[in-house]
Design a binder for this molecule. Structure first.
Ligand code: GLP
Length: 271
């Protein structure tokens, strides 16, 4: 696992958007796995900027979102479908036919989940999967206790997640408006992506980030499954990194890697 500690959330978004941009430039018809939440908002804003200012094109990109609340129509402002269009898709040249967000209103959610898995496979699998982390360590909506081999399915949200998401999306004290169920990619589905990129910032994530990076691999913190992936990058800010035992080492590794990279650039430029 590569751990990158950014000085603040602005630098974090710059690094994350840079990794996504590099993926699109290297493979214009790549398949991106995308996440919702407050964490990736600034990253998406930067991608929109790269599109508008540098012509970064999403025309051949295919996307699959991690999850969606059951019972919310795409037009609902708190749906993840709405969020993705509002923050990213409506502002870039993506082909709507290539956009996939689980359907919260699917008449047969189980059949839909199977179909969603088939679509990911048909697209050739996910090249780069962006992830956030919930307060209880979940990735997508894989709540504690989710099998590390799980596939796309319906999950019941924990009371903690309902509370967190009420505050973030529906307004404080509006727990009753948060759906209790969601369709989510499984941990096993996520681990099949060729590359994982998890981002997190702020004090409130410090404890769970420590468990994700330095704790045991356990279904009680589904994000810890990233330790099983051969190409996982975690980008966090100083506040979220506060409890890491090997914090200085991660910084040292990143510094060495950048110095090496700079040397290669200098060599190529004949300096
Ligand atoms: C929801 C989403 C997760 C996301 C999490 C964290 O639960 N299903 O994919 O990572 O929120 O949200 P935030 O980034 O706002 O902290």
């Amino acid at each position: 696992m590569e751990v990158i500690i950014a000085k603040d959330r602005t630098e974090l978004a710059e690094i994350a958007a840079g990794i996504i941009r590099a993926q699109i430039l290297a493979k214009p018809n790549c398949v991106l796995g995308l996440a919702t939440g407050s964490t990736p908002e600034e990253t998406y804003a930067r991608l929109v900027r790269y599109h508008k200012e540098e012509g970064l094109s999403f025309a051949k990109v295919t996307t699959f979102n991690l999850d969606e609340y059951i019972g919310l129509p795409p037009s609902h402002e708190q749906s993840y479908y709405y969020f993705m269009h509002d923050r990213l898709f409506n502002h870039v040249d993506i082909n709507e036919e290539n956009v996939h967000v689980p359907m919260g209103m699917a008449p047969d959610p189980d059949a839909f989940c199977k179909w969603y898995e088939e679509q990911i496979e048909k697209a050739g699998g996910i090249d780069l999967q962006l992830l956030g982390i919930g307060g209880d360590g979940h990735i997508a909506f894989n709540e504690p206790g989710s099998s590390l081999a799980s596939r796309t399915r319906v999950k019941t949200l924990t009371e903690q997640t309902i509370k967190d998401n009420a505050e973030l999306f529906f307004g404080k004290g509006k727990e009753d408006e948060v759906p209790k169920f969601a369709i989510t990619m499984g941990v096993g589905t996520i681990l099949e992506a060729r590359r994982l990129l998890l981002i997190a910032f702020g004090k409130r994530k410090a404890k769970i980030v420590k468990q994700l990076i330095e704790g045991p691999v356990t279904s009680m913190v589904t994000a810890s499954a990233l330790q099983l992936h051969p190409d996982a990058i975690v980008v966090i800010d100083e506040e979220a990194a506060a409890e890491l035992e090997l914090k200085d080492y991660y910084k040292w590794v990143y510094k060495q890697k950048n110095a090496e990279y700079q040397k290669t650039l200098d060599r190529l430029a004949g300096r």
